[in-house]
Design a protein around this ligand. Structure first.
Ligand code: ATP
Length: 605
């Protein structure tokens, strides 16, 4: 017996319940209930809509792309209300979704010819109807598309109940903000279809190999947990990247990898996961965006140099000086972010690719194979050339050799090295930061061991010259266990006037009235910000602070860990909030810092 298609009413009610809870346990329970009710054929749509999207970003498909003006017009037509009235209410409430809800509720019988009545009642919208309409709106381009977009939206809004109208508007605006993270969705999927707690790691592994929660949900709902266990990577769906731990001492690094490892140059470029199927090449970034169009030259190289029919390989795209062929810093790649004239830009700012892993080749999942096997296969399937080659490396077991190789890497324009374990258990840990890869970077020699990447969760208005503008932001680290962001410090220095103007622009659309459910803070900023933007900061040192919630009670009872004299370095637009420095990493940095201080202050024996 099949399950009836889910009504959009059910999803809207769930959205509302999610909005009023900040407890992750409760959110999981609500989602579990929802997933159990979903038709397995449509569950992917339910998952995407919960994430406020229509498809994973890496698909490179358009976003809904309807501006506020158009949406107001659609609302005015659907409600037979002048645009000025819609705008007035919107201004008063500061929320177009709520304005739509109120206007809709105030109209007893909507006018307009597109409504089908069923027994005197407006017909009910299904989730897939809403999804398909929004997808059509997103994909419409070219002449006449504006009118058609309006028409589709009008029809949807006419059929919607007040509550549904609110959420349709928010979805169109890209402004759903339920605060449901991937981790919570995975918890709920495991509970709804997995049968026991043992299902959670299976769901997570599947997601790590195929970064598409909708796809995972559908396989799970249709075929069950056993099918999910057998999942392997698929060309065209990005694998979540393996990440490195960090240390600043060659001896310790070698101990961690079991005495012997491979040290590879840590290139200062952009990470690229290259997917090849026949002649079709796709490139995904570290945060799994589809960046294929930025690198037509890399597409050509991959076609020519990868000899396997199907492959997923990983490497770093590095800018080079067209005159000398020397490596240039990461910032040079920013030229590639342009949408137009990409081929000209590619000639003007050439790149090379330095490969470091093979994850899937001709039907075989390599992620559970040891590093040495993966490397052997990589060398076999890649015909190396000057612009497409394997990362420089050296097998090391002596800390002095490692230090020498590290200095050579820096001399050659790299950030340092990544040391990789080569024992039998050194698998590719998709989606995880672990000790099988350890980065050893130059800037560890600075006072504060390294810069950190923190998420903006609140903002404060400035004074004097900066009055009326946000001058300081509240920053937080990520706690992956609880899937929340915990505050670390406030940052108000290091910004140029231009940085500040840009930051104010970036923050405006992310302002919310209440603390975001995924933020843990004892400080009340002037405004709360949806955790989305990642900022790199550095300071003089890590300190204990009773004001902040990150690492609360971990180093000392009643205190969290904070940063003294933090200053802004740059935005990390390539990182998602979940890629920010974690609470655990900060604690480890603090412990290492204290150890260093103890060593230098200890009296001579
Ligand atoms: P960072 O801010 O130090 O770049 P991150 O958090 O962005 O770190 P990490 O995984 O911690 O990412 O550092 C490893 C990054 O270094 C990879 O994402 C990759 O882009 C880059 N890299 C350069 N060379 C290599 C290499 N040989 N092996 C693995 N990663 C490499």
């Amino acid at each position: 017996m099949g399950i009836a298609p889910m009504l959009f009413e059910t999803l809207s009610e769930t959205f509302e319940r999610l909005e009023t809870t900040s407890s992750r346990i409760q959110m999981t329970a609500i989602l579990t209930e929802l997933f159990k009710k979903a038709d397995p054929e449509d569950i992917d749509k339910v998952v995407y809509l919960l994430q406020g999207e229509l498809w994973p970003q890496w698909k490179g498909e358009p976003e809904i792309g309807v501006g506020e003006k158009l949406l107001i017009k659609a609302l005015s037509l659907a409600l037979a209300t002048p645009e000025s009235e819609v705008e007035k209410l919107y201004k008063r409430l500061g929320d177009l979704g709520r304005a739509a809800e109120q206007l809709k509720a105030s109209k007893k019988t909507p006018t307009g010819g597109l409504i089908a009545f069923m027994g005197g009642q407006t017909r009910k919208l299904s989730v897939s109807e809403v999804y398909n309409s929004l997808a059509r709106v997103a994909r419409l381009v070219g002449e006449g598309s504006r009118d058609l977009k309006i028409k589709i939206l009008v029809s949807l809004l006419q059929d919607a109940s007040p509550k549904e109208a609110k959420y349709i508007v928010r979805l169109v605006e890209g402004n759903l903000r339920l605060g449901v993270g991937d981790a919570t969705i995975m918890d709920a999927l495991a509970q709804a279809f997995g049968g026991s707690d043992a299902a959670r790691p299976i769901v997570e592994r599947a997601y790590n190999l195929r970064a598409d929660l909708g796809n995972i949900a559908k396989i799970l709902a249709k075929e069950g947990i056993e099918a999910l266990k057998k999942i392997s990577p698929e060309v065209g769906i990005p694998i979540r990247p393996m990440l490195a731990e960090r240390l600043d001492n060659a001896r310790e690094i070698l101990e961690k990898v079991g005495g012997r490892g491979v040290a590879e140059y840590k290139y200062d470029g952009e990470r690229a996961q290259i997917h090849k199927k026949g002649d079709t090449i796709q490139i995904f970034s570290r945060r799994l965006e589809n960046i294929t169009h930025q690198y037509p030259d890399v597409v050509e190289m991959a076609r020519k140099h990868i000899k396997a029919r199907e492959a997923i390989v990983e490497g770093e795209i590095v800018a080079i000086d067209p005159e000398t062929g020397e490596m240039r810093p990461f910032q040079e790649l920013m030229h590639r972010k342009r949408k137009h004239d990409v081929s000209d830009i590619a000639k003007k700012y050439p790149v090379v690719v330095k490969l470091f892993d093979a994850l899937y080749v001709d039907g075989e999942d390599l992620t559970d194979k040891p590093f040495t096997v993966r490397r052997e296969i990589l060398e076999k399937i890649v015909e190396q050339g000057p612009s497409f080659s394997i990362a420089s490396y050296m097998v090391v077991e002596d800390p002095e050799d490692l230090d020498r190789f590290f200095l050579k890497a820096i001399e050659d324009g790299c950030e340092g090295v990544v040391v990789k374990a080569i024992h039998q258990k050194a698998v590719y840990q998709a989606g995880a930061r672990g000790w099988l890869w350890i980065k050893y970077k130059r800037d560890y020699k600075s006072e504060m061991i390294d810069s950190v990447d923190l998420v903006v969760v609140g903002a404060f208005y400035g004074r004097g010259r900066r009055a009326g503008l946000f001058g300081t932001v509240l920053l937080a680290a990520y706690d992956p266990e609880k899937d929340v962001f915990k505050t670390v410090c406030k940052v108000g220095t290091g910004f140029t006037d231009q940085d500040l103007a840009e930051m104010n622009k970036m923050l405006q659309p992310l302002i919310i009235k209440h603390r975001h459910p995924r933020v843990v803070s004892d400080i009340e900023p002037d405004v709360w910000i949806v955790p989305q933007l990642v900022m790199e900061v550095i300071g003089a040192e890590l300190t204990l602070s009773p004001l902040h919630t990150c690492c609360k009670d971990a180093a000392r009872q009643g205190a969290g860990i904070s940063i003294r004299f933090p200053r802004f370095i740059r935005w990390r637009m390539d990182k998602k909030p979940e890629d920010a420095t974690t609470e655990k990493e900060l604690l480890e940095m603090y412990i290492r810092q204290m150890k260093k201080i103890e060593e230098t202050e200890a009296p001579a024996p």
